[in-house]
Design a binder for this molecule. Structure first.
Ligand code: FES
Ligand SMILES: [Fe+2]
Length: 417
């Protein structure tokens, strides 16, 4: 049985067949015309995005393994939706999301000055610091100091305000609509079926970077959605790269993906040595059999990663140790703070190191990737300044930039254009 036949028997193979496209099909579906930059430049469009995208689409806000025990919680600030979220694992082990807003007078139940904070609820309750109202980790209002002083108080109606929350492959998503139009499973559709099943949960060593960039969130998203820039922007950190090939184009509703090939990642002598440490063990070495069915069907050795882009702001790069040595996968998120400021978060995921040599090798690879990210993020503010100047009216996009074209089109449809 050949690889394609084996892949066809694996879960997700049918989804792959549904969403895979040739570049000719992509050009015919998405067109080749320049894409206007108004959606990046115009602050009025940002206000529409807040309501029609970020208060309507499913948004990844946490991971299962960030809050593994009963009572563990994460507070995630979401300026784009003008709220603070409390994501908490209840006594029943279920993960729920609430507005981090006290129903007494609106203070934050868990105060924070950071974009995200972690903690543990003692005895599975959370107490508001302002006047001490106490809430269960599954939402209900438990107790109120000096309750008789309120005259009448219907405590049953004063639980924390719950937000729709569901999990896919350990990634926790929320939907801020009063009544979400789709379940998370429906929202991800074939995309979720294809990219489900990857052992995300085994890569528990995570290195997280974040910074606030003075650019519109889409400038940052678009810069990480294509490989056209790699030979130029990354000539410093990846000197061996002579070119990138995007292949196996995929469209699935608002989501898109592509396979990235390119030789040369281990060209630097120091990286080659560390790669040798990680590649010596099957645990960290290239595991192409882990990527979803139908991806890299001929087993090309220059496979780097698959680049699923979950609308609106979550990118996953599935490498299975084939791209950056030892790297299982890495993710990006782009959180608008306002029209011209974005919180970017990048996380590298490895399987745990079992000795000092593996740990040192992971730290080296992580630093190499951090350097590449510095090169990426270094472009963004200039791009935004250029677009704001009014000097260009559109972006001229080539085949490798098709996910930008698709994301821009999806955004238009969410905004009702
Ligand atoms: S605002 Fe929370 S107890 Fe008063
Ligand atoms: Fe890059």
């Amino acid at each position: 049985m050949n690889d394609q036949a084996v892949a066809a028997l694996r879960p997700g193979a049918e989804a792959h067949a549904h969403i895979g496209r040739t570049i000719e099909q992509i050009r015919s579906e998405l067109g080749v015309a320049p894409v206007p930059v108004d959606a990046i430049r115009d602050p009025a469009i940002y206000a529409l995005e807040q309501d029609k995208v970020f208060r309507r689409a499913w948004l990844k806000v946490a991971t299962d393994w960030e809050i593994p025990e009963k009572g563990d919680y994460k507070v995630k600030e979401l300026p784009v939706a003008e709220t603070s979220l409390l994501i908490v694992r209840g006594k029943d082990r279920k993960v729920r999301a609430f507005h981090n807003v006290c129903t007494h007078r609106g203070n934050k139940v868990v105060p924070t000055t950071e974009f995200e904070t972690f903690g543990k609820a003692r005895a599975n309750v959370l107490s508001c610091r302002f006047h001490g109202w106490v809430f269960s980790t599954d939402g209900p209002l438990r107790s109120v100091p000096l309750e008789s002083g309120f005259g009448e108080l219907d405590k049953a109606c004063l639980g924390l305000r719950e937000v729709a929350c569901d999990t896919w492959e350990g990634f926790v998503f929320v939907n801020l609509a009063d009544r979400p139009e789709q379940t998370l499973e429906e929202y991800l559709g074939d995309f979720g079926r294809l990219f489900g099943g990857f052992p995300y949960h085994e890569a528990t060593t995570a290195f997280r970077y974040s910074t606030v960039l003075n650019c519109n969130w889409k400038v940052a998203l678009y810069a990480f959605s294509e490989g056209y820039h790699v030979p130029t922007i990354h000539a410093g950190s990846l000197p061996g790269f002579t070119g990138i090939e995007h292949s196996d184009f995929k469209l699935a509703g608002p989501h898109a993906s592509s396979t990235i090939y390119g030789a040369g990642m281990e060209a630097a002598a120091s990286t080659a040595q560390f790669a040798g440490v990680l590649h010596a063990d099957r645990e960290h070495g290239p595991r192409p059999e882990l990527v979803p069915p139908g991806i890299n069907p001929t087993g090309r050795t220059d496979f780097q990663f698959e680049l699923p882009n979950i609308f609106p702001n979550f990118l996953i790069h599935l490498a299975a140790g084939c791209g950056y040595p030892g790297m299982a996968y890495f993710t990006h998120q782009f959180w608008p703070l306002d029209h011209g400021r974005t919180l970017w978060e990048g996380i590298n995921y490895f399987r745990p190191a079992r000795n000092a040599a593996e740990r040192a090798a992971q730290l080296h690879v992580n630093a190499l990737h951090r350097n590449a990210w510095l090169e990426d993020t270094g472009t963004m503010e200039d791009t935004f300044t250029g677009i704001r100047s009014g000097a260009i009216g559109a972006m001229h996009l080539m085949d490798q930039e098709f996910m930008i074209r698709h994301a821009a089109r999806t955004l238009d449809s969410y905004l009702g254009k």
